[in-house]
Ligand binder design. Structure first.
Ligand code: RP5
Length: 166
């Protein structure tokens, strides 16, 4: 898994190594925009003690945002959010049985009191989770805000105005 060198400000956690092909899209966005991050496998049900330690110490270690991806009965984002004051962005990983609808509903339907900012199912959601983390950090980081503006301008320029004839 990718790992930036500087002290991480974003923690990308996921319930299983099998989530990495999805969660790598969040990492790619952070890398592109120059945000230091870390990636870890932290399962709510297989490694609950690891989750407790991670969430309880996240702020103390200097993290500013957590991106948490999980599939199926996806407790990870909500449980992480319950144990840290940091903003948590939840990524519903596409499951085999229910194509991620289970993941989506179990992440998005948080009862009032502990929020999880939930993005779309799968790779698009993971990419947007990375960009959402950048947007939040950019509110207090002018250099990052400028890089995000440039990223968006480049994206706009890459969208063709017309459909070319073959
Ligand atoms: C969840 O169960 C993980 O987030 C993953 O999406 C799903 C399946 O995990 P594996 O059985 O592939 O490890 O906890």
């Amino acid at each position: 898994m990718g790992q930036a060198q500087e002290r991480p400000t974003v923690g990308i956690i996921m319930g299983s190594r099998s989530d990495w092909p999805t969660m790598t899209r969040a990492a790619e966005m952070l890398e592109t925009l120059g945000v230091p991050f870390e990636t870890k496998v932290v399962s709510a049900h297989r490694t609950p003690d690891r989750l407790y330690d991670y969430a309880k110490n996240a702020k103390l270690r200097g993290l500013k945002i957590i991106i948490a991806g999980a599939g199926g009965a996806a407790h990870l984002p909500g449980m992480a959010a319950s144990m840290t004051p940091l903003p948590v962005i939840g990524v519903p990983v596409q499951s085999k049985a229910l194509k991620g609808l289970d993941s989506l509903l179990s992440i998005v339907q948080m009862p009032a009191g502990i929020p999880v900012a939930t993005v779309a199912i799968g790779e698009a959601g993971a990419a947007n989770a990375g960009l959402m983390a950048v947007s939040i950090l950019a509110t207090t980081d002018d250099a990052l805000a400028a890089r995000l503006d440039a990223f968006r301008e480049k994206q706009s320029a890459s969208v063709l105005e017309t459909v070319e004839d073959e």
